[in-house]
Design a protein around this ligand. Structure first.
Ligand code: LAG
Ligand code: CA
Length: 500
């Protein structure tokens, strides 16, 4: 009995950090990469809240080093100079206001927390809030940190370390970024204070940047000192922050993702890699019939899933050849599969357009980020891609919300790249990634009636602007998806957006 209680207690602790605490009926978050806080607040109210999005991952919130004035690479934000909330996205007051406004419309905020390291060594030494540093002395007076707060002796991670040496991956510098020692009480306290400050302001959780480069035992201490989520922002009493740890584990490394799943959730990089491969034609879609742990993926509740992220969409981080907005038809296919399938906790990427992989977001001559504009067709302008506003993508968010936790049933495939499946009696989806047309009568599992395909169009009054699907009393319907169509997906569901 005592053993059982111990086991249950351990299980509760592990699960505590794996709940995103979405508002009821919501399932999906979006990374609004490099967006300003005021713009995110507006986006929550005008789009994300009404469209049923669960949350937003925001870019790093704390002060970072400014490398050059004329050029502002996106990655400057991964070089912290203090824990003051002042970046090109906005100041503390703007951040506080954003969190409040987003929570008010049922959209949670998750912060990208950079706690493994501070800056590299550069010829400039001033941050986005005016704080300075003395790199040669490891001195960050605005925290303050000094030499004793960093790992010693000084070393830099090499490619080979990832294969041989977990201790070097954790105690040496990642890309020459000064490596904090989370084993010391003082460093832990600074990090915990920073994160608790954000919890007080109403955030729902954190992405732990470079988690692979920190010791799990140190992270456990930090997580367990975090406060419960702020009930004044609508969280239930006793709720722990949602934590997803960035661990790139494509196999065969000294550090494994399995060292981190006992603590909290983990970013599942194999997910986007495999789906990108399949939707690029490198693997047949029919093999996705057992998508999930059978593919070597993490347990579903442990996995933060995504196709591309801010690193691998531009060849940073690890694991190349990921689908992005630049291959839109296949990308929309992979995203639709991610959202239609029950595996994992999905995160969408929302990008600014780029050709130069170093380039930061659209900015004016003074270095201020330019806000996305909203076109009359609801897409974005001013250099922002806004994948989350693509109809095929936000419509599948509604699909996922509707089908909830129902299982995949009635899997069908043509032995190649045409597949279809049901989600309970709530949703049906079909894909055609073959070079020939799909034309079949398929079991949809939906109640008899008429539905609008939410991919080729939308419901407008009693009509469909795209395909109209009639489900018979036997649940079957005639489904067509031409190889040359704009999209390779067809989706219908019982929610108001689709059912006539
Ligand atoms: C991450 N996850 O573990 C982030 O997702 C990733 O975007 C961060 O790297 C990295 N860890 C550190 O937080 C990015 C860029 C790097 C960049 C780094 C720091 O991918 O290229 O390094 O942010 O800004 C840059 C230069 C390096 C230089 C370093 C230190 O590219 O050449 O050594 O700065 O000055
Ligand atoms: Ca480290």
């Amino acid at each position: 009995m005592f053993r059982l209680i111990l086991c249950l207690a351990a299980l509760t602790v592990a699960l505590a950090y794996k709940n995103p605490h979405y508002a009821s009926g919501r399932t999906t978050m979006v990374h609004l990469f490099e967006w300003k806080w005021d713009d995110i607040a507006a986006e929550c109210e005008r789009f994300l809240g009404p469209r049923g999005f669960g949350g937003v991952q925001v870019s790093p919130v704390n002060e970072n080093l400014v490398l050059w004035s004329h050029q502002r690479p996106w990655w400057e934000r991964y070089q912290p100079i203090s824990y003051r909330l002042v970046t090109r996205s906005g100041n503390e007051q703007q951040f506080t206001n954003m969190v409040r406004r987003c929570n008010n419309v049922g959209v949670r905020i998750y912060v990208d927390a950079i706690i493994n390291h501070m800056t590299g060594t550069w010829s400039t030494n001033t941050g986005t809030g005016g704080s300075t540093a003395n790199f040669g002395q490891w001195h960050y007076p605005a925290v303050p940190y000094g030499r004793n707060d960093f790992n010693f002796p000084h070393c830099v991670i090499t490619g080979n370390d990832y294969r041989c040496c977990a201790d070097r991956v954790r105690n040496c510098e990642l890309s020459n970024l000064k490596d904090l020692n989370q084993g010391t009480e003082y460093v832990r306290t600074q990090i915990v204070n920073f994160m608790n400050h954000l919890i007080r302001l109403g955030v729902a959780g954190f992405r732990i940047d470079a988690a692979k480069h920190m010791w799990p035992a140190d992270l456990r201490v930090i997580y367990d000192r975090l406060h419960n989520l702020n009930t004044a922002h609508g969280f239930p009493a006793g709720a722990r922050p949602y934590i997803y740890q960035e661990v790139i584990d494509l196999g065969n490394e000294a550090v494994s993702r399995n060292e981190y799943t006992p603590l909290a959730a983990v970013t599942e990089f194999r997910f986007g890699m495999e789906l990108s491969r399949a939707f690029k034609g490198g693997n047949q879609l029919r093999w996705l019939f057992n998508w999930g742990t059978a593919w070597g993926l993490l347990a579903s509740g442990d996995a933060l899933t995504f196709i591309d992220n801010h690193d691998n969409q531009r060849g940073h981080g690890a694991g190349g050849d990921i689908l992005t907005y630049k291959q839109p038809k296949q990308y929309r296919g992979a995203i639709a599969f991610m959202l239609a399938h029950p595996y994992g906790r999905p995160q969408l990427m929302s990008s600014f357009a780029f050709t130069n992989t170093e380039a930061g977001p659209p900015m004016d001559n003074s270095g201020n980020i330019i806000s996305p504009s909203i076109n009359s067709d609801t897409s974005c302008g001013n250099g922002w891609v806004c994948e989350h506003r693509w109809r095929q993508i936000f419509s599948m968010v509604a699909f996922r919300n509707r089908v909830g936790n129902t299982a995949v049933t009635n899997w069908w495939d043509n032995g190649s790249n045409q597949i279809a499946f049901c989600r309970g009696n709530q949703g049906f989806v079909a894909f055609n990634n073959d070079y020939w047309n799909l034309s079949q009568t398929l079991q949809t599992c939906l109640p008899a009636g008429n539905y609008c395909d939410i991919i080729s169009g939308w419901k407008s009054g009693n009509n469909c602007t795209g395909k109209r699907i009639t489900v018979g009393s036997d649940g079957r319907a005639s489904i067509t998806l031409g190889a040359g169509e704009y999209d390779m997906v067809l989706a219908i569901h019982t929610g108001t957006e689709s059912r006539l």
